[in-house]
Design a protein around this ligand. Structure first.
Ligand SMILES: *Cc1c(COP(=O)(O)O)cnc(C)c1O
Length: 434
């Protein structure tokens, strides 16, 4: 592995595609469904990645496929800025109803997570008249100029790509496992550090928004301790600062609620979606308080492809799949099963330092005997998973987090097999084998 057919295609890829576009597992896919990815050489992999949290309802969920196919027959594009169509409005109505926003909400659609972040910043600056954006350590918000400026990690996301966008300020993230004074003091001290940054360093009157992932994604599935997100909400409210929840990875049923902010009843001013929103078709959304979203005059927001009608139909199919199969409960059940298996790994292997996450978004942090990040071992375990037919992803600022994002359509037996495969890869690693 990769097999001969994938090797052939890789040769073509190397000649045609820049090396800056890497692949986690360079096997070329021929089919993907039911929680399995099958490559062109006939190898099959249990999918614990969902194309990075995208195919939450599955790779080819019936309602997504049927709606998108029917739309392809009708028309592929008009540009919503030229002629509107109903499915765009229907997706916005659904997000307005579901997003944890107080009062009346409005939504605009975009093509990606980064574009959702970009537009949220535009709205926040226009609505407040303030320039600064506060973000957190370990944050990931995208790869465009502004969003990589908002992203924390230098290599590979920022190295060589500066100068970066100005008026971006970074606060420490409430990361309980690595908080210097221990997990119990983490929420309070991280909130105090945010207050210090906002009030003393930037000046609250200059801050348009605090942008936060309610559970960090690429940063390593960092779950802030209870109480931290409500504190952030309050700190923002007290100062007329907007709270933007980047739910690009956590949103749309992934964590067992439609949005991760619901877990503690947090009500941000703006909520961002993309990844899981349209079952694999490119679509993102900015959902926000109506008064804020309407602060930008007509023509100030939009995009040629934004809210493509095929992607909008797919998103409506995603919402139907979630309701029809009670996928919120399914995400919670997957979380319970994964946590039990991952806790057992932690009990068995000292190199599993932490188990965290929520719903179908779980991770383990791999450490050396003295608790330092161990990216080497992490890479070996991932390779062991791939060799044994489990597609797993890494994450984390130190490259030492293994993250698991199975599609909610994955049957129990396959989930259990995937977790057994992971256990084998960990056992092999303990014995010094791949
Ligand atoms: C993936 C991700 C983004 C960027 O989304 P793209 O569609 O890749 O532009 C932004 N924020 C978070 C939290 C993400 O996980």
């Amino acid at each position: 592995m990769p097999g001969p057919r994938s090797e052939e295609l890789l040769v073509r890829q190397r000649a045609a595609v820049p090396r800056g576009i890497g692949s986690v597992l360079p096997v070329f896919v021929s089919r993907a469904a039911g929680g399995l990815v099958v490559d062109v050489d006939g190898n099959s992999f249990i999918d614990f990645g969902s194309g990075i949290a995208v195919t939450t309802v599955g790779n080819a969920a019936p309602r997504v496929r049927a709606r998108a196919a029917a739309q392809l027959e009708r028309f592929t594009h008009t540009c919503f800025l030229v002629n509107p169509y109903e499915s765009y409005v229907a997706v916005c109505e659904t997000l307005n109803r579901l997003a944890p926003i107080a009062g009346q909400a409005r939504t605009m659609l975009v093509n990606s997570g980064a574009e959702a972040v970009e537009n949220a910043v535009k709205v926040a600056r226009a609505a407040t008249g303030r320039p600064a954006i506060v973000v957190f350590d370990h944050a990931f918000h995208g790869r465009t100029l502004l969003t990589m400026s908002l992203t924390a990690k230098n290599v590979p996301y920022k190295q060589g790509f500066g100068p970066f966008a100005p008026e971006v300020y970074r606060a420490p993230m409430a990361y309980p496992y690595r908080w210097p004074t221990g997990p119990d003091r983490c929420a309070e001290e991280a909130a105090d550090a945010l207050v210090d940054l906002v009030d003393r360093q930037v000046g609250a009157g200059s801050v348009a928004a605090v942008l936060i992932e309610p559970i960090q994604g690429e940063g390593g599935f960092v779950v802030p301790p209870k109480g931290f997100l409500p504190r952030v909400e309050q700190i923002c409210r007290d100062r007329g600062i907007l709270m933007i929840a980047d739910e690009v990875q956590t949103g749309i049923a992934r964590t067992g609620t439609m949005f991760a902010c619901e877990d503690e009843g947090v009500q941000p001013d703006l909520v961002l979606t993309a990844k899981g929103l349209a079952g694999g078709l490119p679509l993102g959304g900015v959902t926000g308080r109506a008064d804020l979203m309407d602060a930008v005059p007509a023509g100030g927001l939009g995009g040629t492809f934004s809210g493509n009608p095929v992607a909008c139909e797919a998103a409506l199919g995603v919402f139907e799949e979630i309701a029809e199969h009670d996928l919120l409960a399914r995400a919670r059940a997957i979380g319970t099963a994964m946590r039990a298996a991952l806790d057992a790994l932690r009990d068995r292997h000292p190199f599993v330092g932490d188990v965290r996450g929520r719903g179908a978004m779980m991770a383990i942090e791999i450490v050396t005997p003295d608790g330092a990040p161990d990216p080497e071992r992490t890479r070996r375990i991932v390779e062991g998973c791939h060799r044994r037919g489990l597609l797993a992803l890494t994450a984390g600022s130190f490259g030492n987090v293994l993250r698991f994002l199975p599609p909610l359509s994955m049957p129990d037996a396959l989930l259990a097999e995937g977790l057994r495969t992971l256990a084998e890869a960990c056992l092999a690693s303990a014995a010094g084998r791949p």
